[in-house]
Design a protein around this ligand. Structure first.
Ligand code: F6R
Length: 349
């Protein structure tokens, strides 16, 4: 069925696969929007950066933090809840990332950031965040409407990166953005719906997951952000429970849980890239051995691209495609997220 284009399209009436595979254009557009955002705060004297956002919008913060932790002397923190860290003040740059602009936690951080006199930037397609930002003179990086938040990851992430560059907080990313987009175009051509399963890594991985529960492992940093992103894409698009963890930390706890027989309903996907720290890379084989001895199946996935950002974004695109193909194999529409909507509604009152 994964090679039947009509059946794939019928299973995905809102076009999630197209959005996932359109990441290269999002990367270029998002970067341009971020760079061109008007009236951004001054970057001089910024002592810390906080990116606030939940779910598909919060991943932009995870990406920025993983990318810059060994390159920026500024601390980058990611707030995934209604509370801004107490160190935030007038020299903290706070970016609020919410696709819809209506996420309660992100709005709560917006209120704290403006109240505390932080340097604030909103990254959103509209909603209450855009309204409040306009009312209070807070600059906005505009994100186009018409996406599911998780499928707008390129707009949101590169909107944040472009704005950071425009404020002088990070060095220019122009060449890097070009490289990332080129890598993503190449990946797209190898995993699109028209490429048969026999040659299509994303379809083959969806098939390998099958009825098992996916467990994602990645190296601390880029690899672990990719693993978490695969988990959430598999949750939201394929509607399956999934679990993610990072090496080396999981070698100090999780491995003990994979005792004989416990892995029989699971499949381990290790997300690897060339930039892994050598000490962490050498942990994969013995850790995978433990997983295999629990009865888990294992697939290794290698990132494309020569830079950490290209590797991460190539894994983001591949994981998105795997999740949509798995949705097709399971006969579920990838777009609806009823449980999220139900919880948001229940808390609206
Ligand atoms: C939906 C999705 C969710 C949302 C989250 C926050 O596609 O991925 O995780 O991203 O509920 O909503 P926004 O992104 O609108 O702030």
């Amino acid at each position: 069925m994964l090679d039947d284009l009509a059946a794939l399209a019928a299973n995905d009436p809102s076009g999630m696969l197209d959005a996932v595979l359109g990441l290269a254009a999002q990367v270029r557009d998002g970067y341009r929007e971020g760079l061109g955002a008007v009236d951004l705060p001054a970057g001089d004297g910024v002592t810390a950066v906080a990116v606030c956002g939940m779910g598909g919008s919060g991943v932009s913060g995870d990406i920025v933090r993983a990318l810059y932790r060994d390159r920026l002397t500024l601390p980058v923190t990611v707030a995934k809840g209604p509370v801004l860290p107490a160190f935030c003040g007038k020299d903290t740059l706070v970016l609020l990332s919410s696709y819809s602009g209506n996420t309660a936690e992100t709005l709560a951080c917006f209120e704290q950031a403006t109240h505390w006199g932080c340097r604030v930037v909103a990254v959103t397609s509209g909603g209450e965040l855009a309204r409040r930002a306009a009312e209070q003179g807070v600059p906005t990086v505009p994100v186009p409407t018409g996406f599911q938040p998780r499928a707008a990851v390129g707009h949101l992430t590169f909107g944040v990166l472009g704005a950071l560059e425009a404020m002088g907080v990070v060095p220019t990313l122009e060449e890097e953005v070009d490289h990332v987009a080129t890598v993503l175009e190449r990946v797209r051509n190898r995993i699109g719906p028209e490429v048969p399963e026999s040659e299509n890594r994303a379809k083959r991985l969806a098939r390998a997951i099958g009825d098992r529960f996916p467990v994602l492992w990645g190296a601390d940093g880029v690899g672990s952000v990719a693993a978490a992103r695969w988990r959430t894409e598999l949750n939201e698009n394929a509607k399956v429970p999934a679990f993610s963890a990072a090496l080396p930390e999981l070698d100090h706890n999780e491995v003990v849980g994979w005792a004989a027989g416990t892995g029989e309903r699971f499949v381990l996907l290790t997300l690897r890239h060339t930039g892994e720290h050598a000490d962490v890379a050498e942990r994969f084989p013995p850790s995978v051995e433990v997983a295999l001895s629990s009865g888990m199946l294992h697939e290794e996935v290698r990132a494309d691209g020569d830079s950490p950002l290209a590797a991460l974004m190539s894994l983001v695109m591949l994981g998105g495609a795997v999740s949509v193909y798995l949705a097709a194999a399971r006969g579920v529409d990838p777009t609806p997220i009823d449980a999220i909507t139900r919880i948001k509604k229940a808390l609206e009152g």
